[in-house]
Design a protein around this ligand. Structure first.
Ligand SMILES: Cc1ncc(COP(=O)(O)O)c(C=O)c1O
Length: 361
């Protein structure tokens, strides 16, 4: 066998939530299968985005705009951030990879929480970074320990806010103190994949800090509240220098034409965003109430998912739910063997999950 690069040998590939098609085939299920495993928007894609996508189809023979000008322009207007401080990626996961690709030399230290979104670990491994993992406390980032871990070899600190899989956040008060302590030689990446679901004033939206912090990167995505996970569009804000560096290491035409068209339209669909927030809030309340009735512990969440604790191995619950046509998410790779992560669905979907959990436990 041809030998792999040393850095790649120990990588455990990213494990996405199980696909509906796979479960139908594996379990021989014919009824409607419900997937609440990947934090997708249960309301579907915004109709305005679907219309824009359809309009783009007769140009599929032409390469997309390599600079995503139209979409960047829309984002620039919405966030009041200049175009040269914006990058668009093939999902925000691509941007995570680009950050490591552009900045991490083998042996550079990268600080991250354990657990947090698993792609940070994988990207760090690919480029031979030295992972400095800081355990969560009470399922939250341990800001104090993260700050203490910074040294001259630190290149990147990467933090999800809220955290996938626990759903907790760093507050504005904590973040204001934290960001002051980041030295100039360190890039601070704040991954806000779920930010639009959070309307609380104490949530610190990272783009607001760009003016004063040129080493900050804020990551957002169209995969969650904008309901476009299937088109793979993420975006990032940073200083012009960092954006230029990231643009250097991306592949040409990294963002497809249909995705650019749909994302631009989705940004304007305030009604869809509003409905998605309302559905999520209602679903969270429903889960809190029903999980409590079932005697199950959960972590109050700021995302569109909820992490639930079971008294036995989560795989058993996962398998039994799957047999009943409900796909949830095990999080063993996050070091959590007695927990499942459940995406908040529509009221009907949430009721089905609770019904199935009731049967199982
Ligand atoms: C914290 C976090 N960041 C990034 C992503 C990936 O988003 P995208 O679909 O934009 O690649 C996810 C997806 O689940 C996530 O939970």
């Amino acid at each position: 066998m041809i030998e792999l690069r040393n850095f790649v040998k120990n990588i455990k590939p990213y494990k996405p939530g199980k696909a509906i098609e796979d479960i139908a085939r594996e379990q021989g299920l014919t009824g409607e299968i419900l997937k609440l495993a990947s934090n997708e928007n249960p309301l579907g894609p915004p109709p305005t985005a679907v219309a824009a996508l359809k309009k783009s189809l007769n140009k599929l023979n032409i390469y997309p705009d390599d600079n995503c000008f139209h979409l960047k322009h829309r984002l620039s207007t919405k966030y009041k951030i200049p175009i040269n401080q914006i990058i668009i990626g093939n999902g925000s996961v691509e941007l995570i990879e680009l950050i490591f690709k552009a900045y991490v030399n083998p042996g550079d230290e990268v600080i991250m929480s354990e657990p947090s979104f698993i792609m940070y670990k994988i990207a760090c491994q690919i480029f031979g970074g030295k992972m400095v993992s800081i355990p969560l406390v009470d399922f939250k980032h341990n800001i104090e320990k993260i700050t203490q871990a910074i040294n001259t070899k630190t290149k990147i600190i990467i933090i999800d806010n809220p955290i996938n899989p626990t759903g907790t956040i760093i507050t504005k008060e904590q973040f204001d103190q934290f960001i002051k302590k980041i030295p100039d030689h360190v890039i601070l990446v704040i991954d806000e994949a779920y930010n639009e679901y959070i309307e609380d004033e104490f949530y610190p939206k990272a783009p607001n800090y760009l003016l004063k912090h040129s080493n900050l990167i804020a990551l957002h995505t169209f995969s969650k509240i904008y309901g476009l996970a299937g088109l793979r569009i993420g975006y990032g804000f940073s200083s012009p220098d960092i954006i230029t560096a990231l643009m250097k290491v991306r592949l040409p035409f990294n963002v497809n034409r249909a995705g650019q068209a749909a994302a631009s339209a989705a940004l304007d669909d305030k009604d869809f965003v509003k409905k998605s927030i309302a559905n999520n809030e209602e679903g969270k309340k429903f889960f809190y109430k029903e999980l409590k009735k079932l005697g199950l512990e959960y972590v109050p969440t700021y995302g569109n998912f909820i992490m639930v604790e079971f008294s036995k191995e989560a795989m058993e619950i996962f398998n039994l739910a799957q047999k009943r046509g409900v796909i949830l998410r095990t999080i063993y790779e996050y070091g959590l063997s007695h927990h499942l992560r459940i995406t908040i669905g529509t009221p009907q979907q949430n009721e089905r999950v609770i019904r199935v959990l009731k049967e199982i436990i």
